[in-house]
Design a protein around this ligand. Structure first.
Ligand SMILES: Cc1cc2nc3c(=O)[nH]c(=O)nc-3n(C[C@H](O)[C@H](O)[C@H](O)COP(=O)(O)OP(=O)(O)OC[C@H]3O[C@@H](n4cnc5c(N)ncnc54)[C@H](O)[C@@H]3O)c2cc1C
Length: 400
């Protein structure tokens, strides 16, 4: 029998999960509260894709590397219009000693490191029209994507039906099926549901314990300039894009629990200031503009910056179990056939495609060893288990 699934939220998480399930034979209904797909955080004109590494978090670095490698290779073979993505390099500006430390870490992890990245000094940065006085790392396979084009490309499949204007208000289990109710009291039923609605992930009774923060972010853009600009996406405090669909996009600001969508002059000024160190002429050019366009959206971030990808507990069963019983990973009270993919923070276009490919493998019962590692890392119940002093169990849900 044909399997079907309801997915809530049509940003990059919902659209890529829909894609992976549709190509493996599922009938997908993608429910979106807005009137189009990619109107939330996934609706910016450009998203930078490059691997951001940490000095003291190896697990995060491994997850970042897996995500980045998967996502760039996958996007490259999707058949997207060549004007909608480019992986011809991304520069991350870093203080020299920090860049060297990252380099030495990466050198141990990456076999073909010359193909992957190069440490670049001030004079090489200059060749890229980047005026920074420090140094940086050039990620050769980094680049950018047009998020709206990607989301629309992903849902263009005969197994996917997108239904807009459907704000899902509740999820209940009735006779072994999930029943979703909209604001207008319309219902959708299926044995399988995936929640991909970013910072609203905890709006339902079943998921209200998932802590998530919404961060307001504003980006800005201007058109072509009469002077040379960096040909690749350049990331410092903020990022500056090459000319993409007639826009140099730059930003972004970051403000927690600020839910207003107005474009603010104060944020535009912050964004202009953030690119001063990258390109003084561009900075002066922006300062001289009478008005600058922009867009506001909300990032959904978890406390530890790891996304939530996987399943959640059945609260009723959980309440009846003793801590001793919960200490066994194979006895945990998972809700069946309800899945989460949320909390992708400021790296959604690197993390979400990879994570939803893993989630699709979980739903299809085809997990690789690497998938299991990823699901242990992104386990949505990690905080509840930690609170019960079962942190170790949280990282051993799937035996690797
Ligand atoms: C200013 C800014 C700049 C960024 N820059 C980058 C970047 O350069 N590179 C990068 O990788 N990432 C970047 N990000 C982060 C990236 O955009 C996000 O991580 C990613 O878009 C999250 O995708 P998502 O599908 O989880 O969420 P969203 O795209 O927000 O999608 C969630 C969807 O769920 C819908 N929804 C919510 N509740 C309901 C409901 N109850 N019923 C039905 N539908 C519902 C929403 O309408 C929305 O369409 C940036 C974010 C911001 C804000």
């Amino acid at each position: 029998m044909q399997k079907n699934i309801l997915i809530i939220g049509a940003g990059i998480a919902g659209c890529s999960l829909a894609h992976f399930l549709a190509i493996s034979g599922w009938d997908v209904i993608l429910l979106e509260c807005e009137n189009k797909v990619a109107l939330g955080a996934s609706g910016n004109p450009v998203a930078a894709i490059y691997p951001k590494f940490m000095l003291n978090d190896e697990a995060y670095n491994d997850f970042m590397l897996r995500s980045f490698k998967f996502t760039t290779a996958w996007i490259s073979q999707l058949g997207l219009d060549k004007n909608d993505y480019r992986f011809d390099g991304a520069v991350e500006i870093l203080e020299k000693t920090y860049a060297q430390k990252i380099e030495s870490k990466l050198s141990k992890k990456i076999i073909d490191k010359e193909k992957f990245f190069s440490l670049i000094n001030q004079s090489i940065l200059k060749e890229y029209s980047i005026e920074s006085k420090t140094s940086g790392i050039l990620f050769h396979q980094g680049g950018w994507i047009n998020p709206i084009a990607l989301c629309n490309h992903l849902i263009n499949h005969f197994n996917i039906k997108v239904i807009t204007h459907q704000k899902i208000m509740s999820i209940e289990k009735l006779n072994d099926k999930w029943k979703l109710k909209t604001e207008d009291q319309k219902t959708f039923n299926s044995s399988y549901v995936a929640i991909c609605n970013a910072s609203s992930v905890n709006q339902f009774n079943l998921t209200q314990h998932l802590h998530i923060d919404a961060f307001r972010g504003q980006i800005n853009w201007i058109g072509s300039t009469p002077f040379q600009m960096p040909p690749v996406i350049t990331c410092d405090e903020g990022y500056l894009s090459p000319l993409i669909n007639d826009k140099h996009v730059f930003g972004a600001t970051y403000a927690m629990n600020d839910f207003y969508k107005d474009i603010r002059l104060s944020d535009t000024k912050k964004n202009i200031a953030s690119i001063k160190a990258i390109h003084q002429k561009f900075y002066n050019h922006c300062e001289a503009q009478e008005s600058i366009s922009g867009r506001v959206a909300f990032r959904a971030s978890t406390k530890d910056r790891k996304p939530y990808v996987g399943s959640v507990f059945d609260n009723q069963l959980l309440g009846k179990m003793r801590i001793r019983e919960l200490a066994r990973a194979d006895q945990l009270p998972w809700l069946k056939n309800l899945y989460i993919a949320s909390g992708f923070g400021s790296r959604g276009f690197t993390f979400a495609p990879y994570c939803t490919s893993v989630l699709a493998n979980l739903i299809n019962g085809k997990l690789s060893q690497e998938d299991k590692k990823t699901l242990n890392y992104t386990n949505p119940e990690r905080y509840r288990l930690k609170k019960m002093s079962l942190k170790k169990v949280a990282s051993q849900i799937f035996k690797v």
